[in-house]
Design a protein around this ligand. Sequence first.
Ligand code: CP
Length: 321
Amino acid sequence: MKNFISVKDVSDINALVAKALKYKANPYADRMLGVDKKIGLLFLNPSLRTRLSTQVAAKNLGFEAIVFNVDKEGWALEFEDGAIMSGTTVEHVKDAAPILGQYFDVLCIRAFPSLKNKEEDYSELVMKSFVQYAGVPIVSLESATLHPLQSLTDIITIKEQIEKSKIINRKSKIVLTWAPHIKPLPQCVSNSFAQWVNAWGEADFVITHPEDYELDEQFTKGATITQNQDEALKDADFVYVKNWSTYTDYGRIYCNDPSWMLTEEKLKLTNNAKVMHCLPVRRNVELSDEILDGNNSLVTMQAGNRVWAAQAVLSEILKAK
Ligand code: CP
């Protein structure tokens, strides 16, 4: 694996999941792999899980991981080619990225979308600029449109549950449901989850959202899409809950209907479904206390699996170097 920006960088999803589960069973199996190597974690936005799970994963492989909060500690970066830098940006990515590429063996970047300009966000300029100029492998820690480490984690968590609960002789049913939120959030997690579940191809996949919340078809193609949440939830084995802002009329909140929040009552429509969320979650806005604190919630285990996803990816990248 040269870079890890989307599912397209993965040749065999099940093999990568198996590798992650191998690390879960034996975290130090490849403890010497990263010895004398350094990984740079660049954050243009906040994080809890992504930052710490990637640091732990790097440590398990013997890497030294150095975190740089670019948004708080670094110079404001410019990404536009040919920009006249007379405004707030101080350093061009063309100058910064090759230097970082000399300091580190692998660079991991988190850069959220602006949610102001769809074309700019969906061009993935930030991630593509680092790929173009750093000269070392790039791992996305969430980009303008995708969150591949989260999605790999999600498939790992689903596979683990399928194996545990012995859903056999039929495909499991996975539902991605929109949930209310007070702020316009990126589409990254939902785009990415849809892209990975579709590429994985081992489940019946349904996406449900209110009118006006259609996601980009390049990620959802292959899924069944409905605005009837109850119908979508029927017989579901997994319900993935996530808010996203509008894609078509970009970055807005149109409907914030609280009845879209998943409750125990709604869960009765499912096949005793396990409930997933990438976190952080706004309790009793996006997801009810009763669900988050109940037996069907996988969210803590899911977040725990972030370590094994990151470890599998870093290991693959290092072996390909
Ligand atoms: N799910 C996730 O990416 O969490 P953080 O934003 O805390 O990293």
